[in-house]
Design a protein around this ligand. Sequence first.
Ligand code: FE2
Ligand code: FE2
Length: 307
Amino acid sequence: VGAIDTASEADFVLRTAGYAPTCDEEKGPDYTVREVPGGFELRFTNNCDKNREIHTVLVTNDGSVTETKTEPVPPRQASPCWQAGRRPAGFERGRPPMASAKTVEERERGAYFASMAELEAAAVIAFRALYKELVSLGAPAALLARTRDAIHDEIRHTRATRALARRDGAEPAKPVVAKASTSRSVLDIALENAREGCVRETYAALVAWHQATHAEDRRVRAAMHRIADEETSHAALSWDIAEWLDGLLTESERADVRAMRAAALIELEQEIRSPLDAALTRTVGLPTPEVAAWMLGTAANALGIAV
Ligand SMILES: [Fe+2]
Ligand SMILES: [Fe+2]
């Protein structure tokens, strides 16, 4: 091996020393390399953040490899996209999206849509699981057909938001869902539907309508218009599923479901309080925290979700 005098040679030496600065085929989200006196300094999340450490490694021009720093991956920021809808049981947010944006605005917008695409992809998984459970409970054909439609809607939402993310050089993470080991009780299914459907998808539909009318970016308005329309039908579906599941529950279980709706409302009230970047809010048409609180409160009143 001759002298190590380029970043890609340093990267190669790093890998031969047993480090794994990659996610799939791409470099990890925190990967940076810079030339320093006598070699290259590479900073990266080893093994794509599975071991939750960021390594700083010096590769010298003569090929020696020294780790100069190991630090824990900082805690993930709260999702900038709390409104994308239904999440499956066991959902964990994946790694941050890979971004190659040129400006701060593009990076923020790309990250926003990448995060949204991840949640839309999670909604596909959630509806698939729900569909199987409804089949096994013997749900009416009409509810099953609407749930199947919702799966296809969420697949389209994933594609649409992923395209918006990629426009700004951001690549959405694949949703990570821990495998459920046992089949769930009717109550478990109803509780999840209360939180993820009756509360979160209902609110997601309202936010999507806000975006469809207020986004400064025309492509965002167009995409959100379709999403808003379909999220509205998912909200209605959630309430109809809730009504059908109610018939399988005892009186005290039904009270648990009502309590879950109230708890989910409180959780969502907390989430919408933190303001997002003002420029991002305008381009993608999100409500301000004040408007968001008003929308959520009005919807909760209309739907009789008592806190
Ligand atoms: Fe969706
Ligand atoms: Fe949805």
